[in-house]
Design a protein around this ligand. Structure first.
Ligand code: CA
Length: 225
């Protein structure tokens, strides 16, 4: 897998190159936003720093999205909720705040790639283990928790399946509402929250569907209790 690292800080870029190489990723690095587009062909995932010397990272993100569908993970020291929303609205697939755990970064890289349908297609596998004892079966349309079937409404199932497909990456509220309900209306956010609350209760693992404040939700695998 080839990862394009857009980062002006030599030290950060070198550390990233070393870390990602250990996970069998081929790293290419550019330090300026304007240098990104020529490097996109053959790139599987872009890691994009927002603070660049020439063009703002969000503008770079928008241009990458215009040029094609290479997944983009924004990696930035800017951590406010507003920045995250902006990043996701500019077409980023996910957002990580510095300093971050390399293991988490690697997991997110694989997740955004799966979601774009390039890597191992998680969605084609009808059975997904969401966490210890929790299994989602798309073919049978069932959720099993600790060996017992749990009844979900169609909407609850759709929300959970979208989160599962994202493989731990954040799903924005807009995306969840658009894909599950097909439209937006004034009470959409509240309805989504109610469905997530019910899901958490039915999962019996409140931490499994994690809130990304101001952005959306994501599955937190492993946080079973
Ligand atoms: Ca920077």
């Amino acid at each position: 897998m080839r990862v394009l690292v857009v980062e002006d800080d030599d030290r950060v870029a070198a550390a990233l190159r070393a870390a990602l190489s250990r996970h069998e990723m081929e790293v290419e690095r550019v330090s300026h936003g304007l240098a990104v587009l020529p490097h996109l062909p053959g790139t599987d995932v872009v890691l994009l720093d927002l603070g660049l010397p020439d063009v703002d990272g969000l503008e770079v993100c928008r241009r990458i999205r215009e040029a094609g569908d290479v997944p983009v993970i924004v990696v930035s020291a800017r951590g406010s909720v507003d920045e995250r929303i902006l990043g996701l609205h500019h077409g980023a697939d996910d957002y990580l705040v510095k300093p971050y755990d390399v293991g988490e970064l690697v997991a997110r890289i694989h997740a955004v790639r799966r979601r774009r349908g390039n890597g191992t297609p998680a969605a084609s596998d009808p059975v997904t283990e969401l966490g210890a004892g929790v299994v989602l079966d798309r073919a049978r349309h069932t959720l099993t928790v600790d060996g017992g079937d749990v009844a979900l409404s169609r909407k609850e199932f759709a929300v959970l399946a979208l989160l599962a497909d994202a493989g731990g990456a954040v799903c924005t509220r807009d995306r969840l509402v658009a894909e599950v309900w097909g439209r937006r209306w004034p009470g959409a956010d509240r309805t989504l929250d109610v469905h997530v609350a019910t899901l958490r209760t039915k999962l019996g693992r409140p931490g499994m569907v994690a809130t990304v404040r101001g952005v959306g939700y994501r599955l937190a695998a492993g946080s079973g209790a």
